[in-house]
Design a protein around this ligand. Structure first.
Ligand SMILES: [Zn+2]
Length: 279
């Protein structure tokens, strides 16, 4: 299993960062102004993550993420009214999650976990599909009450309602609140999007298979809680068989994959609360 490594960069050498950061670090996108409930909820989550100093503002890692994110956005954007934006976040476990409003968060270590571009694309396609299906909103609507500790945390922070919901939503996204049915539907829509974007949609089944062989502690949270991975693979295989005009051209052999490797020595600059909007 690959490991997350940070060391001195051969390209963006750390002492030069202050001078050349604009030139050698790709930038995180700036979120849209709030326009509706979904966007508001997405913005509230963004602010939570920013306050926790988890959002990576700039890093050469964006250079690895951006081409894949852009290709997927070109296909997926027509299915969702708010702009998709991809942010790198730093957390311990490889993961990715999407919030209402179009923001997609990719944990930096996921870039080191995936073996090929197809696996990364499959994960991103899956996440944008949750947003397109409005699974995050549905999750919140289903929730009868916000857990007591989350309310307590929210009160401490002097929340707006959206702020409070955001705390709960982060909890839910991290604790895998989605049903297996919602997961499989996101897999299927995600495979359609990936195929249209030109990424071999077998990437997601390959990722599931890798998880089945992986050390449990290394399994990304987004999938570790799904003993139904086998079922999800079967659902995708059936979808591929039932739609040969779209899927038969793709090679199911992982040996055909495009190897993906993020720069091991990438330096990162975190977005800080006082950097934007003041506080
Ligand atoms: Zn999911």
């Amino acid at each position: 299993m690959r490991r997350l490594l940070f060391s001195t960069s051969g390209f963006c050498i750390l002492p030069l960062l202050a001078i050349f950061s604009g030139a050698c670090l790709a930038q995180a996108p700036v979120p849209e102004p709030v326009t509706d409930q979904e966007t508001e909820l997405g913005q509230a989550v963004y602010k939570q993550l920013r306050d926790k100093v988890e959002i990576i503002e700039s890093s050469t890692l964006y250079d690895s993420l951006k081409p894949v994110a852009d290709a997927i956005t070109r296909v997926a954007q027509s299915r969702y009214p708010h702009p998709f934006k991809f942010f790198l976040v730093h957390e311990a476990q490889p993961n990715a999650f999407a919030t209402p409003g179009g923001n997609v968060y990719v944990v930096d270590s996921l870039l080191y976990f995936v073996k090929n571009t197809e696996q990364l694309a499959g994960t991103l396609c899956h996440e944008v599909s949750h947003t397109i299906h409005r699974d995050g909103i549905a999750l919140m609507e289903k929730e009868k009450k916000i857990e007591e500790r989350e309310v307590a945390a929210a009160i401490l922070l002097g929340p707006t309602r959206a702020h409070m919901i955001a705390i709960a939503l982060i909890g839910k996204l991290h604790s895998l609140g989605y049903s297996r049915d919602a997961e499989s539907k996101a897999d299927v829509t995600g495979s359609d999007i990936c195929a249209e974007a030109g990424y071999n949609p077998w990437g997601l089944p390959w990722l599931f298979q890798d998880f089945q062989n992986a050390d449990v502690s290394q399994i990304p949270q987004l999938l570790s809680d799904h003993p139904a991975n086998g079922t999800r693979i079967q659902t995708l295989e059936k979808h591929f068989r039932d739609n040969p005009s779209t899927f038969s051209k793709f090679n199911r052999d992982p040996k055909s994959a495009t190897p993906f490797s993020a720069p091991k020595d990438a330096s990162v600059v975190f977005l800080r609360t006082d950097a934007k909007e003041g506080k």
